[in-house]
Design a protein around this ligand. Sequence first.
Ligand code: ZN
Length: 142
Amino acid sequence: MDSLQQFLWPDGQFLGIEWHVWKVLGWGGNVAFFSRFLVQWYATEKRKEVVVPPVFWWLSLVGSWLLLSYALFYQKDSVFIFANAFNWIPYLRNLVIHRRHLKAHMTCATCQHVNPPAARYCMHCGTLLPLEREGETASLAA
Ligand SMILES: [Zn+2]
């Protein structure tokens, strides 16, 4: 048993890293931040066009917050703190905009088809869609 432990955790380290809560948190941030590229690449290859799925922004947000926590509370290095201090803002903003865009979709009263925000007529049955939608003003009528 001791030899197995010595094989898996030589000198109390795994993969040459002395693990503790902050290392798990920091590496968790790295994994989240790195995996977003794989997710985005997969989505793009699947659709055969450049796609940035919402999960990309979620992974970006979680990864940057974990790395910021690691930099702030464990590493306490100004370079790494600054590198992660503000990049989460556009990630969060993109998620807010994405959510608002989804909410702006219009369900047709006639056929229940969900139409994109810019649609004036139902893309399935052609019914005229109401002009005023939740959170919008009639200024779009012009
Ligand atoms: Zn319809």
